[in-house]
Design a protein around this ligand. Structure first.
Ligand SMILES: [Zn+2]
Length: 59
């Protein structure tokens, strides 16, 4: 019998998306962390590109 508990936990919707302007990578954030407040102070872990933040729809 497959263990789906971990899958279900990951399926929660994030509150924030941190998006790389260069490679388009999207990193989910579940709370208002430092990178969400000040994305300009951080860069993409993959390509070093600039980041921007989008608030995920929460309806
Ligand atoms: Zn990137």
């Amino acid at each position: 019998m497959p263990d789906t508990s971990q899958y279900c936990e990951r399926f929660k919707l994030p509150n924030w998306w941190v998006i790389c302007e260069e490679c388009g990578g999207r990193f989910s954030r579940y709370q208002r962390s430092k990178v969400v407040k000040q994305p300009e102070k951080y860069s993409c872990g993959d390509c070093g590109g600039a980041l921007r933040v989008e608030e995920a729809a929460d309806e």
